[in-house]
Write a protein that binds this ligand. Structure first.
Ligand SMILES: [Zn+2]
Length: 143
């Protein structure tokens, strides 16, 4: 999560909402890929930290299926990212701050644990939550 927080800070530096993500390999420690919001930087509405990190992890492994991997992200994923998480088959999602306005991993929706889906990753929430949400609060206060 510390690495994801570093990524989130990079996003803010580029004028993007500070959200950072990291994909860990099945051993739980090897970093396969990182990502941070690049919506403003890239003019891309889908350039959320999670999507970029998952895409890069697939590139790194040469395999779209990220079975055994863990996605760590500073903010609860939105519906789009929850969809990408499901599609990537990661086994674990760890996130920091809850997103009561758009969260799709337990707050507004719980897409990744929908029983109708046959792949449902384990979810761990609230890791360094205060630090993660603090970055966001600071970012929006400065705007
Ligand atoms: Zn998202």
């Amino acid at each position: 999560m510390r690495l994801a927080l570093d990524q989130a800070r990079l996003a803010a530096r580029g004028g993007d909402v500070p959200v950072g993500a990291v994909v860990l390999a099945a051993d739980g420690t090897t970093v396969l890929a990182t990502g941070h919001n690049e919506r403003e930087a890239g003019g891309d509405p889908t350039a959320h930290a999670e999507v970029l990190a998952v895409r890069r992890a697939a590139e790194a492994t040469g395999e779209w299926r990220l079975s055994g991997c863990t996605l760590v992200v500073t903010l609860e994923p939105c519906t789009m990212c929850a969809g990408a998480i499901t599609q990537s088959r990661v086994d674990r999602v760890v996130y920091g701050a809850r997103d009561d306005k758009a969260g799709a991993v337990g707050s507004l929706w719980d897409v990744v644990r929908d029983r109708r889906l046959n792949h449902r990753p384990e979810v761990v929430q609230g890791v360094l939550a205060e630090e993660c949400s603090g970055l966001l609060t600071e970012f929006f206060r400065e705007r």
